[in-house]
Ligand binder design. Structure first.
Ligand code: SF4
Ligand code: SF4
Length: 369
């Protein structure tokens, strides 16, 4: 059984179990941030803006795993900061593998050559490397020359050693449909990574480069044009088809940030990993003490331009599971969403459905949470 197929089945079963138990709010992916420090200073990063004494802190392994156990989400994004700067990162990964969690270790890859011998390939582990564009674009985004070349070398080395490698790309208003296509073609066809995650950048209040973030219409136009002509089905994109429809502006739905909660050195962050309106001491407390109705587009100005997967992919996944039509579409998608559908290396490519120019500008179809 391919890794994502196993993952898809487990996550589908998990969502069904939550629904049968009558739970309306439950976690799907835990964003675990055991430190905020990083060895880069990317344009648009809101994590490295913490004071120096916070940046020095590292979460104990036991605390990280206790949060994973309490939350119960089947997928864990091990992020930061740069998680490979945590001196016991391999112990956290081993604890997660033991618990059969699907792990995305989100890294800029600079420390991979030093740390990779401490990690073991596993069906549960994906190295999710941050790549924001081709060489010039990526190096500008991370504000350091030579990082793209190092990341590519580290990806190739990890692939040779048998690791599953995915990528994580953030798009800004400096991107064009052409730059989106170029980077996805490169990652998909040249580097042959196992899956690609993409996200429009969120305008962190503390992030420098505030003029680089996109509005909702700008984001929709960018992805609609980049994905046009059935292109998106040729790429192994790690998202559900409904979330990609959402990015293109074909559908719209509310944020369900409780589906991707964030646990960091400060506790369970309210309401999501992008905004910090306080912290809870447990996931249950986060659910019970967050006023979820006050967040989302039209409710909080800080949410108005947000189309990030942490708010909207859980909604897309729940809507997919609730609809037979969408479930069949996700299972048959050659886009290989890691959370629901499998990577199909030798899949038949479906004939792309051509959108009429009128359809592309139609108002998005509304879907409830
Ligand atoms: S690599 Fe990630 S954590 Fe580090 S500065 Fe860049 S965006 Fe922030
Ligand atoms: S829309 Fe949701 S995910 Fe986005 S910033 Fe607001 S609460 Fe967070």
């Amino acid at each position: 059984m391919s890794i994502p197929r196993r993952q898809a089945i487990k996550i589908g079963a998990y969502i069904m179990k939550q629904r049968l138990a009558g739970r309306k709010k439950f976690p799907i992916t835990l964003e675990l941030e055991p430190l905020f420090a990083c060895n880069l200073a990317c344009v648009g990063c809101g994590k490295i803006q913490h004071p120096a004494d916070t940046l020095k802190q590292r979460m104990p392994v036991e605390q990280a795993l206790a949060a994973v156990d309490e939350c119960g989400a089947p997928v864990v994004c091990l992020a930061g900061g740069e998680p490979l700067m945590h001196p016991q990162v391999e112990e956290i990964v081993a604890g997660l593998v033991k618990r059969k969690k699907f792990i995305y270790l989100c890294t800029n890859a600079l420390l991979l050559p030093k740390k990779i011998d401490k990690l073991r390939p596993s069906p549960y582990l994906s190295l999710a490397v941050h790549i924001d564009g081709l060489e010039e674009r990526h190096d500008a985004s991370v504000a350091k020359q030579g990082v793209f070349a190092q990341a590519v070398d580290a990806i190739r080395d990890a692939q040779r050693r048998g690791f599953r490698v995915t990528t994580n790309t953030t798009f800004f208003n400096t991107d064009t449909p052409q730059t989106v296509m170029e980077v996805l073609d490169y990652l998909n066809n040249d580097l042959k990574v196992d899956g690609m995650m993409l996200s429009p950048a969120y305008a962190y209040e503390k992030a420098p480069g505030q003029d680089k973030f996109m509005g909702v219409e700008e984001t929709r136009k960018l992805f609609r044009e980049a994905f046009a002509g059935g292109r998106r089905d040729r790429w192994r994109i790690n998202h559900s088809p409904l979330y990609l429809d959402f990015l293109e502006g074909k559908v719209d739905f509310p944020c369900t940030a409780w589906g991707i909660p964030s646990y960091s050195l400060f506790g369970w962050q309210k309401p999501c990993y992008l905004m910090g309106d306080g912290y809870a001491s447990s996931y249950q407390e986060l659910l019970e003490t967050t006023d979820w109705e006050s967040y989302g587009r039209g409710r909080d100005a800080r949410c108005d331009n947000c189309m990030a997967h942490c708010g909207y992919e859980p909604t897309a996944l729940s809507a997919t599971m609730a609809s037979l039509r969408e479930s069949i579409r996700a299972a048959g998608s050659s886009a290989a969403p890691a959370l629901l559908g499998g990577r199909r290396k030798h899949a038949t490519v479906t004939v792309p459905r051509q959108e009429s120019p009128a359809a592309a500008t139609d108002a998005p179809r509304k879907i409830d949470a």
